[in-house]
Design a protein around this ligand. Structure first.
Ligand code: CAA
Length: 240
C-alpha cells in the first residue's frame, strides 16, 4: 500500500497545495483542520482527501486524532506540520494572549504531532517529517515577535529531532517559505506588502505549489539521506 501522509492545516493555503501535491505523487493523504467546516467539505469534495477536525495546540486532541486516523487508514508514514496562525502586532501592542496563541499553535503543535506519531515510526523504522518554518523565523519581522519565535523554534526543533530519528530512518526536515500568495499574506496591509514584495529578488510572491514541491521532494522514500536540513523557498529574499 502507498505511504500515508497527514498534513496539518492541510485543506487551505499552503497546506492544501501540499496535500494535493502528495496525492499527485501517489501518497494517500489525510488533512487536518481547526474550524472551517465549509472549506474542509469543499476541499474533500474537490480532491477526495478526507479532513479531520482537531486543535493542533491541544496535546490530548492530537494523540486522540492520530490514534483514530491510524485505526481507520493505517500507520502514518509522513507527517507535515503545516498548521499555523499569525497574531501580528508591534511589541507595544502584543499581548500575552497573542504570544500564547501563536507559540501553542505554531510550535507546540510540532511537539504534539511528532509525539503522537513518533513511537510508531520508530517501531516501523521509517518516517518522513517536514515542519513548515518561515523566512520570518530565520530573519525576524516587524510585528512578529511571537511568530518569529515560534518559527525559529521550529527550526531548532527540527534539527534536534533529526538527530534522534536518524538511527531509525526517520528524517526530519524544515521548509522555510518566504511570502506566498495565501490568505495569511493577503491580510498584511497593502502598503506594507508592497514594501515586502519590492525586496523579493524574484519579483513576485511565491505560490503554494512552489512550497508543496519542496515538501514532496523531502518526503520521498529516496530522500533518506536528507535530514535536519532547512529548504528555503523564498524567491531569493533571504539566503540562510
Ligand atoms: N516590512 C516593512 N515595513 C513594515 C513592515 C514590514 N514587514 N511591517 C510594518 N512596516 C512599517 C509600516 O509600513 C510603517 O511604516 P511607516 O511608519 O513608514 O508608514 C511602520 O512599519 C509601522 O507599521 P504600521 O503603520 O502598519 O503599524 P501598525 O501598528 O498599524 O501595524 C503591524 C503593525 C500589525 C505589524 C502591521 O504593519 C503588519 O501587519 N505588518 C506586516 C507584518 C508581517 O509582515 N507579517 C507577515 C504575515 S505573513 C506570514 O507571517 C507568513 C510567513 O511566514 C512569511
Amino acid at each position: 500500500m502507498s505511504r500515508l501522509a497527514l498534513v496539518t492545516g492541510g485543506q487551505r493555503g499552503i497546506g492544501a497545495a501540499i496535500s494535493e501535491g502528495l496525492l499527485a505523487a501517489g501518497r494517500r493523504v489525510v488533512a487536518s483542520y481547526a474550524g472551517n467546516d465549509a472549506a474542509a467539505a469543499e476541499f474533500t469534495a474537490r480532491t477526495g482527501i478526507p479532513c479531520v477536525k482537531f486543535d493542533v495546540s491541544d496535546f490530548d486532541a492530537c494523540l486522540a486524532a492520530v490514534a483514530k486516523i491510524e485505526a481507520e487508514h493505517g500507520p502514518i508514514d509522513i507527517l507535515v506540520n503545516n498548521a499555523g496562525i499569525t497574531r501580528d502586532a508591534m511589541m507595544r501592542k502584543q499581548t500575552r494572549e497573542m504570544w500564547d496563541a501563536v507559540i501553542d499553535t505554531n510550535l507546540g503543535s510540532c511537539f504534539n504531532m511528532c509525539k503522537a506519531v513518533w513511537e510508531g515510526m520508530i517501531e516501523r523504522k521509517f518516517g518522513r517529517i517536514v515542519n513548515i518554518g518561515s523566512i520570518n523565523g530565520q530573519a525576524g519581522q516587524l510585528g512578529q515577535v511571537n511568530y518569529a519565535a515560534a518559527k525559529s523554534g521550529i527550526h531548532g526543533f527540527t534539527k534536534a529531532l533529526a538527530l534522534e530519528g536518524a538511527r531509525y530512518s526517520i528524517t526530519v526536515n524544515a521548509v522555510a517559505p518566504g511570502y506566498v500568495d495565501t490568505e495569511m499574506v493577503r491580510a498584511v496591509p497593502a502598503d506594507v506588502l508592497e514594501k515586502i514584495v519590492a525586496r523579493i529578488p524574484r519579483g513576485r510572491l511565491g505560490t503554494a505549489q512552489d512550497i508543496a514541491r519542496g515538501v514532496v521532494f523531502l518526503t520521498a522514500d529516496e530522500a533518506d539521506f536528507i535530514t535536519g536540513s532547512t529548504l528555503s523557498i523564498n524567491g531569493g529574499q533571504h539566503m540562510y
